[in-house]
Design a protein around this ligand. Structure first.
Ligand code: COA
Length: 573
């Protein structure tokens, strides 16, 4: 199934890295969002800077959209490779806009609406070969009613830093593309819908939204080493943190970045790093230290295909084991995972609040699909977010940094506080922080550090239950897979299936009772996730009495709603 209605349009643009595919996708997304449509995008590109297949999918709808959709309604192919990659998805009713004459001659399947546009040739005629993508965009705007004024505006804004000549050259190519399309007869039904009402929204990627959430949360210090697909978090923070007096360091590697974060946290600052799987592996020892020394910190892991350097630009949800248990010894941490761009803002704030309150590392899991996905979200108001500060020492009596307390949380003293001298150490220590290796002390300290995490569940919104009553099948989903499951459930219900969903955002400590309650209301359970081993399914089996059936894929792409629908129908057949 393609976009649910004619008001729910999915356009896929494919071409070679360097041909400007990403720019076209970004411009269309911005223009649709400005017009008041709900947008959700997905892009995938090669690890190389130039060459290889780059793809951008824009879904624009008059209704709320939760994922990138199944497959496109409209394909725009810049070259033969893009056509071949998508040939199998061309169905009767699909529209294709393609470069012609070109290096390829497509064998258009019956029922597909074909619009040949001389993209390369026109750009050459205009003495502006780079502008091939703008010729294509002009054609798309006429054929599918993409708001042209907004397109002109975003084009001008984006290219203005490259100079007036570039702006004018591209505007000219855009208009020429429009003329070429206007001369063709439109035969397909696809068009961008008219929104019911216009909202104040911003369009952001998951990575930028995490950066924004951190700023709202009161981030003071950020250190990271660049790594795909997490780098944009650092780029966003680098742009905005210094303006509010914070500090950002690009460290020499991930071990240095987490170490600097712990140093800043010791100094009383809200501190954070962002990375991807390979970087998180390197950080695992220092995460143990953060737990041992009870230092608040937020670590963002934008997951990508692994293991090792794996598939740097591709999507996977395969760092859960590492996030929860990575490292030596029994080291605790809080693990949250985000579903969408809104969560990237909100749960980053929650991550800081939890880190400060529980004085421990908090890992926030995002993923490759969400990292680059742009979505429209209501403009956030920082005043609406409740911020939590760490428990600080009141200066009375003799200071003991790791004092046993009822809730396990010991007041912290910032360095320089009179009488508050203490060390942060990875060695087991006494209440005052001095090394102490007695059996009784180690057991008591481990108990203190783990016991304080028992109430974390009360500080995170309960996992959402999608549906009521007893279901024939319940789906447990995490991360960006949740958005896919939401739509799959809508479609299944429309087909008469009795199904429910469960969407936990807190993955460690696992909200066991919430899982048990959901499990008790479903005859069978399914847990789809984008990794080979079925990591959350393993964890749920270990921590609860539930035995969800695992459904895993790991091809570097997210699930589509159709895949989930088909799987459920197969199970319930
Ligand atoms: N006129 C002038 N400039 C144009 C243009 C036009 N008509 N169309 C695009 N451009 C510019 C863009 O503004 C952009 O410039 P910028 O980098 O200064 O912003 C550049 O050309 C690339 O275009 P864009 O549309 O953003 O990307 P693309 O579709 O051509 O794809 C990438 C190229 C981005 C996918 C690829 O180069 C890349 O970076 N791959 C990822 C590499 C990576 O992360 N590897 C990780 C290894 S661990």
């Amino acid at each position: 199934m393609q976009g649910i209605t004619k008001n729910d349009l999915i356009i896929r643009i494919g071409g070679e890295g360097g041909e400007g595919v990403i720019s076209v996708g970004d411009f269309i997304t911005q223009a649709c969002a400005r017009a008041g449509l709900d947008v959700y995008t997905f892009k995938t590109f090669p690890a190389e800077i130039k060459g290889g297949y780059a793809m951008y999918q824009v879904r624009a709808s008059t209704e709320r959209v939760y994922n990138q959709g199944d497959i496109f309604d409209v394909l725009c192919a810049f070259n033969g490779e893009a056509y071949n990659m998508n040939r199998a998805f061309l169905k009767p009713g699909t529209a294709i806009v393609y470069d012609s004459p070109s290096d390829f001659t497509p064998d258009i399947p019956p029922g597909v609406h074909a619009y040949p546009i001389p993209m390369t040739q026109t750009a050459k005629e205009l003495n502006n070969p780079r502008a091939k993508n703008m010729v294509a965009m002009g054609a798309l705007s006429v054929l599918f009613n993409i708001p042209i004024e907004s397109l002109r505006e975003v084009l001008t804004t984006k290219f203005s830093r490259k100079g007036e000549e570039v702006v004018q050259g591209n505007l000219k190519a855009l208009e020429r593309g429009r003329e070429l399309a206007a001369a063709l007869k439109k035969t397909d039904p696809w068009t961008i819908g008219t929104p019911k009402s216009k909202q104040e929204v911003i369009v952001m990627s998951g990575n930028n939204a995490i950066g924004l959430g951190a700023i709202i949360a009161g981030l003071d210090f950020f250190s990271a080493y660049p790594i795909t697909p997490a780098t944009e978090v650092a780029i966003y923070v680098a742009k905005h943190l210094p303006k509010r007096g914070g500090t950002l360091i690009q460290a020499e590697d991930e071990i240095a970045s987490i170490s600097q974060v712990l140093g800043a946290s010791y100094a009383g600052k809200k501190a954070m790093t962002s990375t991807s799987g390979p970087g998180l592996s390197l950080m695992s020892e220092m995460l143990g230290m953060a737990f041992m020394a009870e230092l608040p910190c937020v670590v963002v892991d934008v997951q990508r295909g692994g293991p090792s350097t794996g598939l740097p630009t591709k999507h996977e949800q395969s760092d859960l084991f590492l996030a929860i248990h990575g490292g030596h010894g029994d080291a605790g941490r809080i693990v949250l995972s985000v579903e969408n761009v809104q969560d990237c803002i909100d749960l980053t704030v929650v991550a800081f609040n939890l880190a400060e309150k529980y004085q421990c590392p908090v890992l926030l899991l995002s993923d490759g699909s969400l990292a680059f996905s742009t979505q429209s979200v209501p403009c956030p108001n920082p005043a609406n977010y409740k911020l939590v500060e760490r428990k600080r020492w009141n200066g009375e009596g003799e200071y003991q940094r790791y004092k046993f307390t009822e809730d396990g949380i010991s007041p912290m003293a910032d360095p320089g506080t009179p009488g508050g001298l203490h060390i942060a150490t990875g060695l087991e220590h006494s209440e005052s922080g001095l090394p102490s290796y007695t059996s009784a002390n180690h057991e008591a300290m481990q108990d203190k550090r783990f016991s304080k995490l028992k109430t974390v569940v009360n500080d995170v919104a309960p996992a959402e239950v999608d549906g009521n009553g007893t279901a024939d099948l319940g789906i447990i989903a995490w991360g960006s897979t949740i958005g896919v499951v939401r739509e799959a459930l809508q479609r299944l219900r429309a087909d008469g299936y009795n199904v429910k969903g469960f969407y936990p955002k807190l993955l460690n400590p696992l909200p066991v009772q919430q899982f048990e309650d959901f499990g008790a209301s479903c005859k069978r359970l399914l847990l789809p996730e984008v990794n080979f081993l079925g990591q959350l399914a393993h964890f749920v089996r270990a921590e609860t009495s539930l035995r969800p059936e695992s459904y895993t894929i790991c091809g570097g792409m997210p699930f589509t709603p159709e895949m989930i629908v088909n799987k459920v129908k197969e199970i319930l057949a």
